[in-house]
Design a protein around this ligand. Structure first.
Ligand code: NAI
Ligand code: MG
Length: 393
């Protein structure tokens, strides 16, 4: 039997992950679940939010379901360390970023698909004030490990860095800027990573029948990095003649997604732009309660909702947060391990619950979160899961 590492993490991660497992059980997916320690508690007590034993566990079993973690700025993090660990040079790093880097989870997949009847769906006024509700089905492929997130940056850069930059003719514009007033964040793309993300995007489009892949960058300005991604996409497109390659710029794309989001299928981008586009599209299909994601490398894959630990809601009893983003992330795991039939059943059950409209979490009712939402007709987290499980029977 397959073993899945569960990484509930902090806050509502600990609430939504067990709900996803209830659904996996109900659909007849058989697995051993082993728990992995991750998150704030382990930062505070061990000075490491991603203990080595958790890395070993994931390396052994390859597949993990992740809830969410709490992270805080450096100084706030240092203050919360256990007294015996204070002042010993521990530095906080985000464990999810750590996982992506350690296992080279360079392919991030973020599907954004509207469910019929979701009150949070994007709507648009048509001619003569008619209301249209186009069904969005866009899947964003985000390069997950490099670009502006690679962390190669300086304020007051060392002299040799400054000197290297000064060899570029365009640095003339900055020649009078004192070093301490200069901040540089580098955008590093590698051909291999560009190749891998566009390949993953085309293969996905091919497998799931999307008619287009849009490469969304800004090659007219970012000639080198965006240019490399575009070149790789054009090269890859030759191998998939039945799939159209569309080329958009990030700024225009953000406008078009508020106009005609239903036109897009698979979209591929570098790290920063992929982050932006995926949040933009997620907002059109229900936001954080619905946004699921996968982080995929050659060996290891980690599946997680896009939302964080929502500490405001972590202690509410009963819980009110929407478990759908986590459950959809579990479906992505099933797709990844060749159990798409079960994933489809779960997605169908979710679709039925949403379309029926009897059971709705507070976000779907557009309520401000709090203990009073239950009295206003919102379901609890568990009731949403129960409703989905009932449709599976
Ligand atoms: P958040 O995603 O935790 O929550 C923002 C707001 O979104 C919540 O207050 C709530 O209104 C709504 N929300 C989130 N999940 C929801 C759900 N399942 N159902 C219904 N509504 C939901 O982001 P926030 O408040 O900015 O960060 C809280 C903590 O989470 C921070 O420590 C942050 O660093 C961390 N974080 C972790 C992430 C991860 O684990 N991948 C991602 C984003 C933030
Ligand atoms: Mg984000």
């Amino acid at each position: 039997m397959r073993t899945i590492v569960t990484l509930p993490g902090d806050g509502i991660g600990k609430i939504v992950l067990p709900e996803a497992i209830r659904v996996l059980d109900a659909v007849g997916f058989e697995a051993n679940y082993v728990h992995g320690d991750i998150g704030w508690e382990f930062w505070k007590t061990e000075g490491n939010a991603l203990p080595q034993r958790t890395i070993d566990l994931i390396a052994e079993h390859k597949i993990a379901l992740f809830g969410a973690i709490t992270s805080k700025p450096k100084d706030a993090a240092a203050k919360e360390l256990a007294p015996e660990l204070q002042g010993k040079g521990y530095v906080y790093f985000s464990p999810i970023v750590g996982l992506r880097q350690h296992f080279n989870l360079d392919i991030s997949i973020r599907p954004t698909k509207s469910f019929k009847g979701n009150p949070l769906n994007f709507i648009r006024k048509g001619a003569n004030d008619t209301i249209e509700e186009p069904m969005v089905d866009a899947v964003i492929f985000r390069q997950n490990t490099e670009g502006l997130y690679a962390g190669v940056e300086w304020t007051n850069p060392p002299a040799e860095v400054r000197a290297a930059f000064d060899t570029h003719p365009k640095m003339k514009a900055f020649k009078d800027v004192p070093n301490e007033d200069l901040a540089i964040s580098s955008r590093i793309f590698t051909r291999n990573a560009c190749h891998r993300i566009v390949k993953a995007a085309f293969e996905y489009a091919d497998k799931f029948g999307y008619k287009s892949v849009t490469v969304c960058e800004k090659p007219n300005v970012l000639r080198e990095t965006s240019g490399m991604m575009l070149k790789e996409a054009r090269e890859m497109a030759k191998q998939f003649p039945h799939i159209e390659l569309w080329e958009t710029n990030i700024d225009a794309q953000m406008m078009w997604l508020t106009k005609n989001p239903e036109n897009y299928g698979v979209i591929v981008a570098g790290n920063m732009f992929g982050d932006i586009i995926s949040d933009g599209f997620a907002g059109l299909v229900g936001g954080l309660g619905f946004a699921c994601s996968a982080n995929i490398g050659d060996e290891v894959a980690v599946f997680e909702p896009t939302h964080g630990s929502a500490p405001k809601y972590a202690e509410l009893d009963p819980s009110i947060v929407n478990p759908i983003a986590m459950i959809l992330s579990a479906c992505m795991m099933l797709d990844h391990i060749g159990e798409s039939d079960k994933a489809d059943k779960i997605r169908k059950a979710i679709a039925e619950v949403i379309e029926e409209g009897k059971v709705r979490a507070y976000d779907m009712l557009k309520l401000k979160g709090g203990p009073d939402v239950i009295g206003k007709g919102a379901c609890t987290t568990q009731e949403m899961t129960d409703a989905i499980i009932e449709k599976l029977q």
